[in-house]
Design a protein around this ligand. Sequence first.
Ligand code: FES
Ligand SMILES: [Fe+2]
Length: 349
Amino acid sequence: MARPQQAANVSSLPPFPEGWFFIATRDAVQKAGLIQRTWMGEEIVIWSDPAGQICIAKSVCPHLGSDLGPEAGARVVGGRLVCPFHGFEFEITGQCVATPSGAPARSAKLDLFEAREIEGLIFGWWGLGGRASQWQLPDVPQSVDDWTDLQIRTIRFDGHPQETSENSVDIAHLSYIHGYHNVTHETPVLIDGPRLESRFGFSTTRKIAKLAKLTMDVSAIAHVVGLGYSFVEFQEHSIGIDARLWVLATPVDGTLIDLSIVSRMRTLHKPERPIAGLRFLPTRMRAPIVNKFIADLQIRDVQQDVVIWSRKHYVPRPRLVRTDGEIGKYREYCAQFYPGERQCEPSRL
Ligand code: FES
Ligand SMILES: [Fe+2]
């Protein structure tokens, strides 16, 4: 999807903000053995050793520069990444520990990225000039037996993570684009270093299983932690749905981003009110069905946003109206993720 040319008086955002960005799930890594991605403008590989420790590395062999992705022929054997060119073997520490032709140089080491795992989602730290992590992603309360598996959908489009995260404070668009009613917003948003918390509520009426109309009465707390990570606690009051959503924006190559929508739901033991067809289902089957329904709603909303995001310009001095109050504050919050960049102040009311 090509982005229209920027107008001459509009600047653009640096493509790679500093922070933690989603790469893959642990499940996907363990199934594939070795995964290669274009991430933050470079090729990376990710794998795990038999103990489950994860390694994220630049996909370049320090010996003579071979690519280390599966398509080049690299593979993981006994938890070590084996280069396809001369067979050097790398541990998850990045250190080369064996070669077919003698002891490896101590300096033969992969370039690594710090890894962090939350609920089976693996993130890498991308720091300006390769610097170490300046802050951490907070833990989330553990989802154990009572919760469904993760539903994950990823959409790739021409966009920027600052623009997609701006949704969590852009309350006006919820009713205008997504058709929500009774939108409420607790202001001001709370900001603490890299964390931003936005609380809002809304109701929305949707068709379920092409049969009945369902009105959902939602309150949500969005925890934005940097520009790649938003965790939303979602509570639906009329049926009693308790869901967790993650909205994870990852720059691919400086133009495209991958937006992954991840959801998980607590088992619906006794819905507050009947939902078409669901009462005939055993309890353990209700939550996955409703989780899929919630995920479908999210994707439908995101697809509506993508139509705008993929074509919009970044306006550094937005001409805000009173109902946009928090957008200016959000832009000030974002400035910390571009250390060394001169920031444009948004216009004030
Ligand atoms: S380039 Fe990797 S072992 Fe030679
Ligand atoms: Fe939206």
